[in-house]
Write a protein that binds this ligand. Sequence first.
Ligand code: 4NP
Length: 167
Amino acid sequence: MPRVLFVCLGNICRSPTAEAVFRQRAQMRNFSVHNNPNPRRPDELYIDSCGTGDWHIGKAPDARALSAAQRRGYDMSSLRARQVNADDFFRFDFLLAMDNANLRDLEAMRPQGSTATVQLFLDFHPETKEVPDPYYGGADGFSHVLDLIEVASDRLLDTLSDCGAQQ
Ligand code: 4NP
């Protein structure tokens, strides 16, 4: 089972939402999800999120993201923002970027020797390629982010199931 890292800019809106939604939907489908990456447990999913920027390190998710998620039954109140670092390219199998700018930033900092797959999360969405940044918009933006993330999460879980990974 892969270790999956969701990456956005601030780690207070999109990627913590992806972390919480993906974790909950994985658990609903009876995937084993563990909370500690060490020691590595190949039969279990490990899920985390981070930002490329450093402005919000240590902060809880944006209040608008928290309430939009809560309205759909996702709890991300315990999550705290952190910044991506070079070790992440070795600790995770998939680094899934929310938009093309996040993807470019990740590709620019990938250390030599990392074999992690770095791609857009919405490669797992049938129509849309980027999760738009909701930070400067209204509440609608947060609901749209959830719509996109729910679909991509289910597709990614389908892919993992097809690989025979489900418990
Ligand atoms: P996120 O949203 O990348 O989805 O967490 C943002 C949060 C904060 C900022 C930009 C985007 N900011 O500029 O502070």
